[in-house]
Design a protein around this ligand. Structure first.
Ligand SMILES: Nc1ncnc2c1ncn2[C@@H]1O[C@H](COP(=O)(O)OP(=O)(O)OP(=O)(O)O)[C@@H](O)[C@H]1O
Ligand SMILES: [Mg+2]
Length: 321
């Protein structure tokens, strides 16, 4: 049994323009000490899927199907009070940009202390030392515990959020990487920190990103999403060396070759389909270029092209590998 196992998760948004499905039958699993990279173009449903599994969707969002099993317990069946012991207690999310779970009117140290007391992580007389220890682990000086979140830089706030997750003894950390908010250096440092924690504390990490280079460097497994659905899912080695889905192949081709700085960045022409006007067949078909006539009509099922390597494509075949 996996630590975290998502099965057929589907999420809809109810808007003035109608109801549309932002996440459709998404499945994946995660083991302690492993990291999963969740990639795909803007709007493909990455953040929605993560908010859904934390049960933190905005009012317009509804989970319409699926299971979120943590150690075999379906989080979607829990009462709001029971869910609170899992949210932050077992699974934490380091949010993108402005959506910050830190309280602006309390010092960072007192908030970490609160979490330690709430989760009874250490005896009361050790709380103060533990705050210092956790801040040190995430690379924030102990003096900074007296400061308020607004006095922190973006990178420090992310570090503080990771310290909070550790204070709650979370076993899974979801890092939803901001597209723009942090500069590249800071981002790299946060990723290093997550990688170190994953190894030292046996944490499971989900990294949401647009950056395939980061995924190649950091993640054990990769899930490529397109139009709310899984396109391809396998371990990093398989996805990077033997990609099967035409979308994954195009994403990889669009990624500049680190060994050849002169290589051109080839972007994928066109845009993902609007969720309120999805093509009847494969969602990538309008941009694919290698599909057949069938692809425009038939919805592809998920196939296992090799053990543990999943792909949602009509033309992907095991013998291609
Ligand atoms: N609160 C909301 N109400 C209605 N639609 C929403 C809401 N939040 C997101 N959406 C829509 O759901 C789809 C998926 O959005 P989501 O933010 O999950 O994508 P994403 O993959 O995280 O994108 P990015 O890489 O830009 O962060 C998009 O079409 C988006 O416009
Ligand atoms: Mg997002």
């Amino acid at each position: 049994m996996s630590l975290l196992s998502i099965k057929d998760l589907s999420v809809e948004y109810h808007t003035d323009a109608g109801v549309f499905r932002a996440v459709d039958q998404l499945s994946f699993s995660l083991e302690p000490g492993r990291s999963l990279g969740l990639v795909g173009e803007s709007g493909c449903g990455k953040t929605t899927a993560m908010l859904a599994l934390m049960r933190l969707l905005p009012d317009a969002g509804r989970i319409v199907d699926g299971e979120v099993l943590f150690d075999g317990v379906d989080l979607l069946q829990l009462s709001p009070a029971e869910m609170r012991t899992y949210r932050w207690g077992k699974i934490s999310m380091v949010f993108q940009g402005a959506m910050n779970a830190l309280n602006p009117v309390r010092t960072v140290g007192s908030q970490i202390g609160e979490a330690l007391k709430l989760h009874k992580t250490v005896p009361r007389n050790e709380v103060s030392d533990e705050i210092d220890r956790l801040l040190e682990i995430v690379g924030v000086t102990a003096e900074s515990k007296k400061q308020y979140p607004h006095q922190y830089s973006g990178g420090m706030r992310q570090r503080a959020m990771i310290a909070m997750a550790l204070a709650c003894r979370s076993q899974v950390i979801i890092a939803d990487e901001p597209t723009t908010a942090l500069d590249v250096m800071v981002q790299a440092q946060i990723l290093d920190l997550l990688q170190q924690l994953q190894a030292e504390l046996n944490l499971a990490v989900i990294l949401v990103t647009h950056d395939l280079g980061v995924v190649a460097e950091v993640c054990d497994d990769v899930l490529v999403m397109y139009g709310g659905r899984m396109a391809e899912y396998a371990d990093s080695d398989a996805v990077f060396n033997q990609p099967v889905h035409p979308y994954t192949r195009r994403l990889l081709a669009a990624f500049p070759n680190i060994n050849d700085p002169r290589s051109e960045l080839a972007s994928i022409p066109g845009h993902p389909p609007p969720l309120n006007d999805l093509p009847p067949g494969c969602r990538f078909e309008p941009r694919c270029g290698v599909g057949g006539e069938k692809c425009a009509r038939e919805n592809p099922e998920i196939i296992e092209v090799a053990p543990g390597h999943y792909c949602r494509c009509l033309i992907a075949r095991a013998e291609e590998r």
